[in-house]
Write a protein that binds this ligand. Structure first.
Ligand SMILES: [Zn+2]
Length: 145
């Protein structure tokens, strides 16, 4: 399976300042370029991406687990395995997962995010509206949202 010295580029979702402020509920507390995953949504904000909690519009950075409402498709020199490892480490650091525990839920979520990232061109800015991710701005194009 190894492609020896060939470096793979993996499309992933990372935090971005692009289009921040387009919605009054925008926020970014994650470093630009940090890998993001999806926040789990609480009962209060379920179905309401502009709710008071903010979780239904939030991505979370994998390092500090803080929130950002905008993400961009970027390519990283990493493999799927690298990506899954980063997501597992983040879950362990956050206390969602214990070392040695079955990580299949984390892996499934990570694969889902990779599928999403592979579905849009690099440079596409996306936002989260509850269960759905949608395009906010196409690469190089005018604002779409
Ligand atoms: Zn919430």
């Amino acid at each position: 399976m190894s492609k020896s010295n060939c470096q793979e580029l993996l499309p992933v979702l990372v935090a971005t300042h692009q289009t921040q402020g387009q919605r009054p509920t925008d926020c970014i507390t994650v470093a630009e370029g940090e890998l993001v995953t999806l926040a789990s949504v609480c009962d209060r904000d379920r179905g309401n991406p502009d709710g008071g909690c903010g979780c239904a519009r939030a991505f979370v950075g994998i390092r500090e687990r803080t929130a950002v409402t905008t993400a961009v498709i970027a390519e990283r020199t990493m493999t799927r395995d690298d990506y899954l490892r980063e997501m597992r480490d983040s879950a362990i650091n956050a206390g969602f997962l214990h070392p040695g525990e079955d990580a299949s839920d984390i892996d499934d979520e990570a694969d889902e995010l990779l599928d999403i990232a592979a579905g849009w061109p690099v440079g596409t800015v996306v936002e989260r509206r509850d269960a759905d991710l949608q395009v906010r701005r196409w690469p190089g194009g005018p604002g779409q949202a």
